[in-house]
Design a binder for this molecule. Structure first.
Ligand SMILES: Cc1cc2nc3c(=O)[nH]c(=O)nc-3n(C[C@H](O)[C@H](O)[C@H](O)COP(=O)(O)OP(=O)(O)OC[C@H]3O[C@@H](n4cnc5c(N)ncnc54)[C@H](O)[C@@H]3O)c2cc1C
Length: 475
C-alpha cells in the first residue's frame, strides 16, 4: 500500500515528497497537468527557504541556476538596504524562476524514490479508520494511509473535505505574461518608470532574447481566473495605463492573478492534510507564497513520516496545524498591511511615509525583513531559553558546519559538553559532539526541521524532553 498520496506536484507537494522519502515513506505524487507549466509566478527564494535547501544538501543546485541579490525593499516595496547582522548565514535573496524551482524539486523527489504521476487529477476522496481512498478523473481508485492536498489555491482536496476558507475575495486582478514587444528599450523604461509612480502593480522588465515579463492591472475581476487573458486584453490594459501597448506580440504565456486573502480553518481532517496554497492564499507582495509552502512541507514531512513509522508521539500530527496555521495567519496579515501601504490614497501614503521613516531604525527594518524572509518564526514550545522554538541558523563547527549534518532529515543533538547521550533514540536522533564559537549554549536538541526543541546540559532533563518530539525511547 502507498503510505502517502500527495495531490499536486507544485513546489509544496514536491518538497514534501522529497522530505517523506528521506524516511523511506512510499510516496505517490498526483499532478493534474500532463506537462510542467510554462507560467512563471514566483521569482525567488528568501533566506529561510535557502537555509532549508542547505539543510538538505540541495542548495548548490539552486545557486547554480539562480542569482544572489543583497537588496532590501521587500516590505511594501519600501526601498531600504538589507539590515546589518542578520541572523542567518544566507543573508541574500535568490532570484530563481518558479519553473526552475519546480523542476529541481521534481528531479530531487524522483531521485530519492518518489513516484510522480502526471496527467492525474484527483476528483474524489473518502477516508476510514485504515486509510484514504483517492478517486482520479479517469475513474481509478487508489488507497493510501494518508493524503496531503498540495493542490493549490483552488484545492479540490480542501473542498472535498469541506474545510472552510474564510478571508477576503479578490478585489483587484492583474494580467501577467511573457511576450515580445516593438517599443525601443529606452522608451519602454521611461514610460514604465512614469506609470509606476502612481501604479505599483504595473511593470515590463526584460528577460533576455527580446522577451519581457509584463504585468498590468486588469479591467475587473474575472469570473473564472483559470481562463488566461487574450493578448488583446493585455494590449487594451497597457493602453489604459501607459497610453501605448508597446507593440506587444508573440506571447509565450498569459495568466491572471488576484489579491484574494484566505486561510483554511483546519490543516488536518483525520488522515488528510493541507499544505501550501491549498491552505492559504494572499497577494504576492514580498514574494512569500512559494516560500511559505516549502516551509509547510518542511514542517510536515518528518511528522507524517513519524506517524507512518509508528513512533509519532501523541500530539505530533496536530502540532503541524498549531505551528503552521499561525505562521500563515501572520503572513496574510503582513500582505494585508503591505496592500494598504501600496495604495495611492493620501491616508495610506502618509502611513507609508511614516513606516519608511521608522524603517530607518535598524531594529524596525530587521523586524519587518525577518517577517518576510521567515527567519524570525518562533513556534510555541512553552517557556524557556530564547532559542527554544526558533530554527537554529547554520553555525560553524570544529569539523565542518551544522547544516551539513542535517541532510538526512533526522533529529540532532549538538552537544558541546561531550557528556550527553541519546541512547534509546539513536535510530531517530544523531548525536554530534563538537563545539561552535557561534553557539553559547552547552547543548541544543534540533528537530529534523532545525527548530530548537531543547537547550541545556542535564542528561535527565534531555531524556524528559526527547519523547515529546521523538516518541518513546527504545531500551
Ligand atoms: C504573480 C505571482 C507572483 C508570485 N511570486 C512569488 C514570489 O516571488 N515568491 C513566492 O514565494 N511566491 C510567489 N508567488 C506565490 C507562489 O507562486 C505560490 O504560492 C506557489 O506556487 C504555491 O505552491 P503550491 O505547490 O502550494 O501550489 P501550486 O504551485 O499552485 O501547485 C499546485 C499543483 O497542484 C496541481 N493540481 C491542482 N488540482 C489538482 C488535482 N485535483 N489533482 C492533482 N493535481 C492538482 C496543479 O496543477 C499544480 O501543479 C507568486 C504568485 C503569483 C500569482
Amino acid at each position: 500500500m502507498i503510505d502517502v498520496i500527495i495531490a499536486g506536484g507544485g513546489p509544496t507537494g514536491l518538497m514534501l515528497a522529497g522530505e517523506l522519502r528521506l524516511h523511506g515513506v512510499r510516496v505517490l505524487v498526483l499532478e493534474r497537468d500532463a506537462e510542467p507549466t510554462k507560467v512563471v509566478r514566483s521569482l525567488g527564494m528568501h533566506a529561510r527557504t535557502i537555509e532549508i535547501m542547505d539543510q538538505r544538501g540541495l542548495l548548490d543546485r539552486f545557486l547554480e541556476l539562480g542569482t544572489r541579490y543583497e537588496v532590501g525593499g521587500f516590505f511594501a516595496a519600501i526601498d531600504k538596504p538589507w539590515p546589518n547582522r542578520m541572523d542567518t548565514a544566507h543573508g541574500y535573496t535568490l532570484g530563481i524562476l518558479q519553473t526552475i524551482t519546480d523542476r529541481l524539486l521534481a528531479e530531487h523527489a524522483v531521485e530519492v524514490g518518489a513516484e510522480l504521476r502526471r496527467g492525474c487529477e484527483l476528483v474524489g476522496l473518502s477516508q476510514d479508520d485504515h486509510g484514504v481512498t483517492a478517486e482520479l478523473a479517469d475513474g481509478t481508485r487508489l488507497r493510501s494511509r494518508s493524503l496531503v492536498g498540495c493542490d493549490g489555491g483552488r484545492s479540490t482536496v480542501r473542498k472535498l473535505l469541506g474545510v472552510g476558507f474564510p478571508g477576503e475575495p479578490a478585489r483587484v486582478e492583474w494580467l501577467l505574461g511573457e511576450m515580445e514587444l516593438t517599443a525601443p528599450p529606452e522608451e519602454l523604461a521611461a514610460v514604465v518608470a512614469e506609470v509606476r509612480k502612481t501604479q505599483k502593480g504595473f511593470g515590463a522588465g526584460p528577460l533576455g532574447d527580446g522577451v519581457y515579463r509584463v504585468v498590468v492591472p486588469a479591467e475587473g475581476v474575472a469570473e473564472d481566473r483559470t481562463v488566461p487573458p487574450t493578448l488583446e486584453e493585455v494590449k487594451q490594459q497597457l493602453r489604459v495605463f501607459a497610453g501605448t501597448d508597446f507593440g506587444v506580440h508573440s506571447p509565450r504565456w498569459l495568466s491572471r492573478f488576484g489579491d484574494a486573502t484566505r486561510l483554511a480553518d483546519r490543516y488536518r481532517v483525520g488522515r488528510v492534510l493541507l499544505a501550501g496554497d491549498a491552505a492559504h492564499v494572499h497577494p504576492p507582495l514580498g514574494g512569500q507564497g512559494l516560500n511559505l509552502g516549502i516551509q509547510d512541507a518542511f514542517n510536515l514531512g518528518w511528522k507524517l513520516a513519524a506517524a507512518v513509522a509508528g513512533w509519532a508521539p501523541a500530539g505530533l500530527p496536530d502540532s503541524y496545524h498549531a505551528e503552521r496555521h499561525s505562521v500563515a495567519a501572520d503572513v496574510l496579515d503582513n500582505t494585508r498591511a503591505q496592500t494598504e501601504l501600496m495604495s495611492t490614497e493620501p491616508g495610506p501614503q502618509a502611513v507609508r511615509r511614516l513606516v519608511a521613516e521608522l524603517m530607518d531604525f535598524e531594529e524596525v527594518n530587521r523586524y519587518l525583513i525577518e517577517k518576510i524572509i521567515a527567519i524570525g518564526v518562533r513556534y510555541d514550545f512553552g517557556e524557556g531559553h530564547e532559542l527554544l522554538g526558533r530554527r537554529l541558523r547554520d553555525v560553524g563547527l570544529k569539523r565542518g558546519r551544522l547544516y551539513e549534518l542535517m541532510h538526512d532529515g533526522r533529529g540532532l543533538l549538538l552537544d558541546q559538553t561531550g557528556r550527553l547521550s541519546v541512547t534509546g533514540w539513536a535510530d531517530r536522533v544523531d548525536h554530534v559532539v563538537d563545539v561552535s564559537e557561534e553557539l553559547d549554549v552547552p547543548a541544543a536538541l534540533l528537530r529534523p526541521d532545525g527548530h530548537v526543541a531543547w537547550v541545556g546540559e542535564d542528561q535527565q532533563d534531555l531524556r524528559d524532553h526527547l519523547p515529546k518530539w521523538f516518541g518513546a525511547g527504545v531500551s
